[in-house]
Design a protein around this ligand. Structure first.
Ligand code: ATP
Length: 370
C-alpha cells in the first residue's frame, strides 16, 4: 500500500500552492505536491519548465513568491540553506580540484566545526557507501567521471540529510556508466532509506529510477503518478507526447456507452474500450496508443475481430536490433508501429512502400480530453 494512496500518511516534503516569479516571468505557478519518506521522486520536464526552481526552493536558495514549502510539517520560510536537513548534489559536481577525495567529503563537516574523530568516522562511512574506500587520497583529476560523481554524492550524504536533491546527476556520464550509476543510486537509496528527489529532463532516467514522477509543463504540474501509470494512462496530450513515443489522432466523440467511447476520426471510427474520462457526444478529443501496442499486417490479411484496422503505406522501416519501427502514412498522418524482433511474424513480409494495415486493440487506446 503506497503512502501516496494512504490518506493517513504524513508527507515529508510538501509544496503548498507555491508560485515563484522572477520579474515578469512565472517559473512555478500555484503548484502543490507532496513527497513521502523513502521515495525516489523525479521532477521531469523540458528545459525551463521550473524543475530546478522547485528544488532550489526546498534547498533554500530561492524563496517562494507565494505559498509554502514544508519539511516534516515545518514551514521552511526563513530557515537558511545550511540549517535545512536537505542536501543538493549539482550536475557539475563542484569538487575542489586541489583537495583529495577525503578532504572534499570532509569539507562540509569541518566547516560545521565537528570534532576530528567524528569527521574521520563519517567520511569513512560515506566513502564505503559509494564504494570509494580505496581512492580517498586521490585528487578529482585522477578520477573517472563516474568516480567524481560518487565523490559528489558522498559529499552530500556525509551531512546525513533527510532529503537528497540531485540535479541532473548523471548528465555528464556516458550511456553505459549512466545505466550502471542509475542502479547504484537506486540500491543506495534503498539501503540508506533516504528520500531522493531527482531533477531530470531524461524520461528514461525518471522511468527507471523513480517511485513517482511529477511531469511539469511551464511551471505547472501536468501529472504526478507512478512511471507505469504515467506511461499507460497519460492524463493529457502533453504528457502522452512527452513520455515515450505515441500515436495520436484527433477526433470527435460520436458515441458513449458507459466506459466505452466511439470517436470519429479522419481514419474512421475508433472505439476506446475503457476510459475514466466523462465525455459527451460532439466533444473534441484525441485517441492515442503506443507504437508497441500496434501490430502491422500485410494489406490482404484479415485482422483479428473487434480491432481497429487502419490502412496506409509504409514510409520508413528502422531496424534497432531488439525492435523494428515502421512509419506508416495514412490520411496526412504518420503513425508508428514498433515490433519486437523476437516475436516478429507477419511484419517480416512487409517492405518499404508496401500497403499495410495497423491493428490496434480497443484496450490499447487511450482517450485524451486535455
Ligand atoms: P533546465 O532543465 O534548463 O535547468 P528547469 O526546468 O530547471 O530548466 P528553471 O531553471 O527552474 O527550469 O527555470 C524556470 C524558468 O525560470 C525559466 O524560464 C528561467 O529562465 C527562469 N529563471 C530561473 N531562475 C531565474 C533567475 N534567477 N532569474 C530570472 N529568471 C529565472
Amino acid at each position: 500500500f503506497a503512502p501516496w494512496d494512504d490518506p493517513g500518511a504524513t508527507p515529508l516534503v510538501v509544496y503548498d500552492r507555491v508560485t515563484k516569479r522572477f520579474g515578469a516571468e512565472t517559473a512555478v505557478a500555484d503548484l502543490s505536491l507532496a513527497v513521502y519518506e523513502r521515495e525516489f521522486f523525479a521532477l521531469l520536464g523540458p528545459s525551463g519548465c521550473g524543475k530546478s526552481t522547485l528544488m532550489r526552493m526546498l534547498a533554500g536558495f530561492e524563496s517562494p513568491s507565494e505559498g509554502r514549502v514544508l519539511l516534516a510539517g515545518e514551514d521552511l520560510a526563513g530557515v537558511p540553506p545550511h540549517l535545512r536537513p536537505v542536501n543538493m548534489m549539482f550536475q557539475s559536481y563542484a569538487l575542489f580540484p586541489h583537495m583529495s577525495v577525503e578532504k572534499n567529503i570532509a569539507f562540509g563537516l569541518a566547516m560545521e566545526g565537528r570534532p576530528r574523530d567524528e569527521i574521520v568516522a563519517r567520511v569513512g562511512e560515506a566513502l564505503r557507501m559509494v564504494k570509494l574506500d580505496g581512492l580517498a587520497a586521490r585528487k578529482p583529476h585522477q578520477l573517472s567521471g563516474g568516480q567524481r560523481q560518487r565523490v559528489a554524492l558522498a559529499r552530500a550524504l556525509v551531512k546525513r540529510p533527510k532529503v537528497l536533491l540531485l540535479d541532473e546527476p548523471l548528465g555528464a556520464l556516458d550511456r553505459k556508466l549512466r545505466e550502471e550509476t542509475q542502479f547504484e543510486l537506486m540500491a543506495l537509496q534503498e539501503r540508506l532509506g533516504l528520500t531522493f528527489i531527482i531533477v531530470t529532463h531524461d524520461q528514461d532516467e525518471a522511468m527507471t529510477m523513480a517511485t513517482r514522477i511529477a511531469v511539469m509543463d511551464k511551471g505547472r504540474l501536468a501529472q504526478i503518478d507512478t512511471p507505469r501509470t504515467i506511461y499507460e494512462a497519460p492524463a493529457t496530450r502533453y504528457v502522452a507526447d512527452f513520455i515515450g513515443d505515441i500515436n495520436c489522432v484527433e477526433g470527435k466523440v460520436s458515441g458513449v456507452d458507459g466506459i466505452r467511447v466511439t470517436v470519429s476520426t479522419a481514419l474512421g471510427d475508433m472505439v476506446v474500450a475503457e476510459t475514466s474520462e466523462a465525455v459527451s457526444v460532439g466533444q473534441a478529443v484525441a485517441v492515442a496508443w503506443r507504437p508497441e501496442k500496434t501490430r502491422l499486417l500485410p494489406a490482404g490479411e484479415a485482422g483479428p475481430q473487434g480491432v481497429s484496422m487502419l490502412a496506409g503505406t509504409v514510409a520508413d522501416i528502422g531496424y534497432l536490433g531488439d525492435w523494428s519501427t515502421y512509419h506508416v502514412d495514412m490520411g496526412g498522418l504518420r503513425l508508428k508501429a514498433a515490433v519486437a524482433n523476437a516475436v516478429r511474424r507477419a511484419e517480416d513480409a512487409i517492405a518499404w512502400g508496401d500497403k499495410a494495415r495497423l491493428a490496434v486493440a480497443p484496450e490499447a487506446l487511450i482517450l485524451l480530453v486535455r
